[in-house]
Design a protein around this ligand. Structure first.
Ligand SMILES: Cc1cc2nc3c(=O)[nH]c(=O)nc-3n(C[C@H](O)[C@H](O)[C@H](O)COP(=O)(O)OP(=O)(O)OC[C@H]3O[C@@H](n4cnc5c(N)ncnc54)[C@H](O)[C@@H]3O)c2cc1C
Length: 321
């Protein structure tokens, strides 16, 4: 069976959920082989095995992690030449897309980004993508070279399927061009207990309707009951009610959770661009004409200051806590 290379996203210790999703998708096309850059592969091996990695290529050493993006493309290019995989899957994050682009140039292949699903097709995977700010869904496939596909987090739920995850060291001599941007310092971001916005299965976002920074406690309270991440519209972040790093949309983060709750958000095209591919969309808005209702699977027309506390209370009651 031919290999599918999956670039593993990790923090040096634990595997990010998107990696397990990519391994799940990769099994539709062949035998997944994870590509691990830097240290920590030993500790992560069990998890990678659980989700179907037959092999784990490990490019350890400081060289691959001390420079921005380019070393990942070098390692993947070397593995494409060595293993002739059916496809290469990377997370569709800012860094993943940069790696995908660089790899495509290196090996002369086509690249697809922001895929929200992958299905088998003639001559390679067919990617579903959302384009024009999320207004249109298209299906595309790579026609030149080894398909490189960047897939958004939450495209599929991760499914376990045990495999060997045999560790295989890879040694790649980086050329000087790959060492163009050296990482001089890493500062760990303060982490809340909530899941990371782009990885979360549920996102609760607040907009201008929330009214002020203090009222975001309502959004956080609902999010915490659901084990969700908190997002915000640009109106809310520009007003200083919530930090910019949580902005969802064209100039913020792109999310694709199983459930997206938009609270007091009108649904401007720039906001939609960041959340339109969510699997289920629920809206709470007092204006029945708000454009966000066009996207909604479930909509509540009402005052968020009444609806959100009732919803949080009902979830608490059902959870029995
Ligand atoms: C180049 C560019 C890039 C942009 N990028 C982004 C981006 O990345 N992300 C983004 O979000 N925006 C972005 N915007 C801004 C975007 O155009 C909108 O201005 C913004 O999304 C509006 O945010 P909002 O929906 O929270 O506010 P509004 O449009 O003001 O909507 C507020 C909503 O809250 C409802 N509401 C008010 N009170 C209540 C209540 N008590 N209960 C229930 N509902 C209530 C109202 O009915 C209304 O629908 C961008 C704009 C430009 C020009």
């Amino acid at each position: 069976m031919s290999e599918i290379l999956v670039l593993a996203a990790h923090d040096g210790e634990s595997v990010k959920k998107v990696t397990l999703e990519l391994l799940t998708l990769a099994r539709r096309f062949g035998e997944p082989a994870a590509v691990w850059l830097g240290s920590g592969a030993d500790g992560a091996r069990e998890r990678l095995a659980e989700y179907g990695a037959a092999k784990v290529y490990v490019a350890g050493g400081d060289d691959v992690t001390d420079y921005v993006a380019a070393p990942a493309a070098e390692v993947l290019a070397a593995l494409v030449a060595q293993a002739s995989p059916t496809a290469v899957l990377v997370p569709s994050t800012a860094e993943g897309k940069e790696v995908a682009g660089r790899l495509a140039v290196k090996i002369g292949s086509g690249v697809l980004t922001d895929a929200v699903d992958l299905t088998p097709g003639d001559g390679g995977p067919v990617a579903e993508q959302s384009i024009f700010g999320g207004a249109i869904i298209v299906k595309s496939k790579v026609t030149t070279g080894t398909p490189i596909v960047a897939v958004r987090p939450n495209a599929v739920p991760p499914e376990a399927s045990p495999a060997a995850a045999a560790l295989e060291p890879v040694s790649v001599e980086l050329n000087s061009a790959a060492k163009g941007a050296h990482i001089t310092e890493r500062v760990a971001q303060e982490r809340s207990e909530r899941p990371e916005l782009t990885e979360a299965s549920i996102v609760v976002s607040g907009g201008r309707g929330v009214g002020n920074a203090e009222n975001f406690a309502l959004i956080e309270g609902l999010a915490d009951k659901l084990g969700a991440a908190v997002g915000a519209s640009r109106a809310a972040t520009d007003a200083g009610w919530y930090p910019h790093q949580f902005q969802v949309g064209q100039t913020g983060k792109t999310v694709s959770p199983q459930l997206y709750l938009a609270v007091g958000i009108s649904g401007a095209i720039q906001h939609r661009a960041g959340m339109q591919t969510s699997k289920t969309i629920m809206v709470i808005n007092k204006d029945p004409e708000a454009p966000i209702f066009e996207l909604a699977d479930f909509g509540v027309v009402g005052d968020l200051f009444k609806v959100v506390p009732q919803l949080t209370e009902e979830i608490t009651r059902r959870q029995g806590s």
